[in-house]
Design a protein around this ligand. Structure first.
Ligand code: MRU
Length: 371
């Protein structure tokens, strides 16, 4: 996707060096700053402080972190300790474990001297796969967008109104995005799409990231406060909702940014389709029941009691919204029960959020990969 008119990825290898650069998302939309990562500790820090975020990008960054660790020390002990350090950075997005396990499985059988190169190659492959996967999600989603658009009464057809939450765009991935991939495909294909962007307190991924990347690509959009979703749905101003996921459990329950569940409830109340777009690396068959079992990241209360932005002179500023002693709680994610999800959209196609349909899709994907 484009940054200042140039196609970029959120994580890019630096030519001729074992280093990557990442777009620092904590400074967007005000500043475009690329930061270099050269060690596992720097990669872990970037994930923890959310310079990079979004389930697929967290995985891709962690994979590079493991490759950096092995370049410094390819022993079994270093492999185990870097895997553990990176895995501890964020608890909900399962792509983190998936990517680390993928690199681990590739390098563990090798002699130590061969591990760093193999890990570097595997991390690069994870990035390349992410781009192809998300492009495929976009095309499968586009079919659903087209059918929702075609079902609209002719008089209301000039625009397809899409509601999204958080940032599940290319900033949360290596490219394209998950929930926003169909939006970009639709826009590029000439379908008149307009996006309601939910601000996504407390970190404001909608306001700061989604609105920014849609602007970079020229997609019409409007920012709304999180609490506007029910009202927009009730007024018939939303044709479909689409969000990303941080983990989908075996029973089809979906963990995503806090506030997703309320939007799914409101969408069901107004008979509006609620889609979840995800790469199959976000599906976690080892978590049986999402509502019961998915760990929810608890973040600092300061994100709730304070707001961060730039002042009139462009200086980064943090302001207190509450009394200095107001207690706050900050659950970063919630879980939407499978029953509220109209369909899951993956790189292998769309399916109902049921254990049987998910199992069939995973089996079909495995069969396609093995031959
Ligand atoms: O806390 P974040 O910003 O990492 O949360 C991100 C989300 O909830 C995204 O919707 C999800 O990871 C999908 S990203 C393509």
């Amino acid at each position: 996707m484009n940054v200042e008119g140039r196609p970029r990825h959120t994580i890019e290898p630096l030519p001729g060096r074992r280093a990557v650069q990442i777009l620092d998302q904590t400074l967007l939309p005000h500043e475009i700053v690329w930061r270099e990562l050269t060690s596992a500790t720097e990669a872990a820090h970037a994930i923890r402080v959310m310079q990079v975020r979004g389930a697929p990008l967290i995985g891709a960054t962690a994979a590079h972190g493991l490759a950096f660790a092995l370049a410094a020390d390819p022993s079994d002990a270093a492999l185990a300790s870097a895997h553990a350090e990176l895995l501890a950075t964020r608890p909900t997005a399962v792509n983190l474990r998936w990517a680390l396990d993928r690199v681990h499985a590739r390098v563990a059988p090798l002699p130590p001297a061969a591990r760093a190169d193999a890990a570097w190659a595997e991390a690069a492959q994870i990035c390349a796969d992410d781009v192809a996967t998300n492009a495929a999600i976009g095309l499968h989603g586009l079919e659903l967008f087209r059918s929702v658009f075609a079902a609209k009464p002719a008089a209301e057809r000039p625009v397809l109104n899409v509601l999204t939450h958080c940032n599940a765009g290319w900033l949360g991935c290596v490219d394209w995005g998950t929930a926003l991939a169909p939006v970009y495909q639709a826009h590029d294909a000439g379908l008149p799409v307009h996006v309601w962007v939910s601000e996504t307190r407390p970190r404001n991924q909608g306001a700061s990231l989604t609105a920014w990347e849609l602007t970079q690509h020229g997609v019409p959009h409007t920012l709304v406060v999180d609490n506007a979703a029910g009202h927009l749905l009730q007024r018939g101003l939303v044709d479909l909702c689409i969000v990303g996921a941080d983990r989908v459990a075996a029973n089809g329950d979906v963990a995503n940014k806090i506030g997703t569940y309320l939007k799914a409830l409101a969408a069901r109340a107004h008979n509006v389709p609620f889609y979840v777009a995800l790469p199959l690396s976000t599906f976690d068959p080892t978590t049986a029941d999402g509502v019961r079992d998915i760990p929810i990241e608890q973040r600092s209360a300061r994100e709730v009691t304070h707001a961060v932005g730039n002042d009139a002179r462009g200086a980064r500023t943090e302001v207190l919204l509450t009394t200095p002693t107001t207690p706050a709680r900050n659950d970063a994610f919630d879980v939407t029960p499978a029953a509220l999800v109209t369909a899951l959209i993956t790189e292998s196609g769309a399916c109902p959020a049921t254990p049987a349909a998910l199992a069939r899709l995973v089996a079909k994907t495995r069969a396609a990969h093995t031959g």
